[in-house]
Design a protein around this ligand. Structure first.
Ligand SMILES: Nc1ncnc2c1ncn2[C@@H]1O[C@H](COP(=O)(O)OP(=O)(O)OP(=O)(O)O)[C@@H](O)[C@H]1O
Ligand SMILES: O=C(O)c1ccc[n+]([C@@H]2O[C@H](COP(=O)([O-])O)[C@@H](O)[C@H]2O)c1
Length: 199
């Protein structure tokens, strides 16, 4: 283990699900299982963020979110990581550079829900992220149309992989991205926080 990362066999395809996980919920578990299947991944690592750079409000303590994530996401092929806190990164582009340096034998795929694709062009160095790793996007209630018309989707329309070929994403050369219409689970951290069941 380096930076708390598990051993990676050469050529292994690892999906990265970055998130605030404030709190983690069944929507995260669901898209993780779907991503393993639909994008031909060997593993998924949850990257529990020290704090989303675009969100004003800071999340709950990292240790609490990590513990909750480990409790809810129990799967032999999924690892919950605080790599960003350990590496001192917060921006995804930088995190990916650091992960690729730490695990040069791995193939990484960035995973996100459709709501994040709609915002993706606001992320720091988002085009560099596209140039470095394939991106797998999963449908989320309410965000399908926005995702399809997202700026990132338009700029990289030439790099889109058809959903029926989604399993090829992990082996594709970047830039490559794929949107899949997985069955949807209508849960969000915002709603759980509002219900008072977290905090
Ligand atoms: N129900 C869901 N369906 C599809 N994708 C989801 C779902 N919930 C979260 N995601 C995706 O998981 C990643 C991490 O999400 P995050 O931790 O921000 O949860 P969230 O429920 O979106 O939180 P918040 O409501 O605070 O914004 C993001 O890429 C997000 O799009
Ligand atoms: O790098 C950026 O500029 C950037 C901007 C917004 C979000 N992100 C990342 O996107 C992931 C999802 O964030 P969130 O808060 O929607 O769960 C998480 O890993 C964040 O660090 C990254």
């Amino acid at each position: 283990m380096r930076n708390g990362l598990p051993y990676v066999a050469p050529g292994q395809v690892i999906g990265l699900l970055g998130g605030s996980f404030d709190p983690p919920h069944q929507g995260h578990v669901h898209i993780t299982r779907e991503a393993l299947r639909r994008f031909g991944l060997d593993r998924v690592w949850w990257l529990v963020s020290p704090g989303n750079p675009l969100k004003e409000r800071g999340p709950a303590a990292l240790s609490r979110r990590m513990a909750a994530a480990r409790e809810i996401m129990q799967h032999p092929r999924v690892h919950v990581s605080d790599f960003e806190a350990q590496a001192g990164t917060r921006y995804t582009a930088e995190t990916i550079v650091r992960l690729q340096a730490a695990c040069p034998q791995a193939r990484f795929v960035w995973l996100m829900g459709a709501d994040n694709l709609a915002q993706f062009h606001l992320w720091k160095d988002w085009q560099e992220i596209m140039a470095r790793v394939p991106v797998g996007v999963m449908a989320r209630p309410g965000d399908r149309v926005e995702a399809r018309t997202a700026k990132a989707a338009q700029v990289f329309r030439h790099a889109r992989i058809a959903p029926r070929q989604s399993r090829a994403l992990g082996q594709a050369a970047a830039p490559a991205w794929c949107f899949v219409n997985v069955p949807m689970v209508d849960v969000s951290s915002t709603r759980i926080r509002a219900s008072g069941r977290w905090r």
